[in-house]
Design a protein around this ligand. Structure first.
Ligand code: KIV
Length: 291
């Protein structure tokens, strides 16, 4: 059901949009907003979303970026890894999320495994499909220097790109575990070079996943573009969590970086238990709920 209540949105007006009279666009987050937030020292709030209803709620609550993460392979499709989700499936979900954003948030769509790895041109074409078919404000892809040419090609064509370093789940079969990255000197030196390469190639922001907080601070301080951390400590320019984890829908997953802001799994079970009991006991529907 659609809410008719007007929810005040946060965020500063975008002067370019305002001066051109596009009132509805005035408070929408853009890459420019993200850049200005870093300059002001204002943190970016990013959360994953995969459908219209939750996107609507997260936008009303003031989240700055909704990420249609390829984690949808895990939390929506029930796969063990992010490898199986397809580009068409990502596009379908990104379209639903974009439809739920009326106020403020920018929507970024992950490029799934094998949608960009083969060649720069194929990655570029697929990023273009995401932009044309979903209405998202940009794409995200995993990798460092090896994807710099991909990022450059997309950025030069006007596609905002978010990078992703540290723990990169699409490479799980190469690494063999979800352990913290950037612990050794070799790994942390490489990550710093990767971060710089992605910035130089045109990324407007980088996700830093599961790396030591000190390394995340060094990278954040060395870049003009924003870092968005997940398990990367408090010094990043913003934070991201998977919605199912922060809302307490995934109960088996307990990494230390997840803070649960609700316990929806138990709330949902309890609601369905009551519904079941009311039906079985003839208490639902009542006279007032009937025609
Ligand atoms: O797919 C995803 O949800 C992500 C976030 C964890 C950053 O990439």
């Amino acid at each position: 059901m659609k809410s008719k209540k007007k929810i005040p949105s946060k965020g500063s007006p975008n002067p370019i949009a305002s001066s051109e009279g596009h009132a509805a666009e005035a408070r929408r987050v853009t890459t420019r907003t993200i850049r200005e937030m870093k300059l002001r020292g204002e943190k970016v709030t990013m959360i994953t979303a995969y459908d219209y209803t939750f996107a609507r709620l997260f936008d009303q609550a003031g989240a700055d970026i909704l990420l249609v993460g390829d984690s949808l392979s895990n939390v929506i499709q029930g796969n063990e890894t992010t490898i199986p989700v397809t580009l068409d499936e990502m596009i379908y979900h990104a379209r639903l999320v974009v439809r739920g954003v009326h106020e403020h948030a920018m929507v970024i769509c992950d490029m799934p495994f094998m949608s960009f790895q083969v060649t720069v041109e194929e990655g570029f074409r697929n990023a273009g499909r995401i932009m044309k078919e979903t209405g998202a404000g940009g794409v995200k892809l995993e990798g460092g220097q090896r994807v710099a040419d991909h990022v450059r090609r997309m950025s030069e064509a006007g596609i905002p790109v978010m990078g992703h370093l540290g723990l990169t789940p699409q490479s799980i079969h190469q690494f063999g575990s979800y352990r913290t990255r950037g612990i050794t000197k070799d790994e942390s030196d490489r990550m710093k070079k990767d971060a710089k390469a992605l910035e130089d190639a045109g990324c407007f922001a980088l996700v830093l996943e599961k790396i030591p907080s000190g390394l995340a601070k060094e990278i954040t301080d060395s870049l003009k573009v924003s870092t968005i951390g997940i398990g990367a400590g408090p010094h990043c320019d913003g934070q991201v969590l998977v919605m199912h984890d922060m809302l307490g829908l995934t109960e088996e997953f307990h990494p230390r970086f997840v803070r649960r802001y609700a316990s929806l799994a138990e709330t949902v079970r309890e609601a369905v238990r009551s519904y079941d009991s009311d039906i079985k006991n003839g208490k639902f529907p009542s006279k007032a709920e009937s025609y």
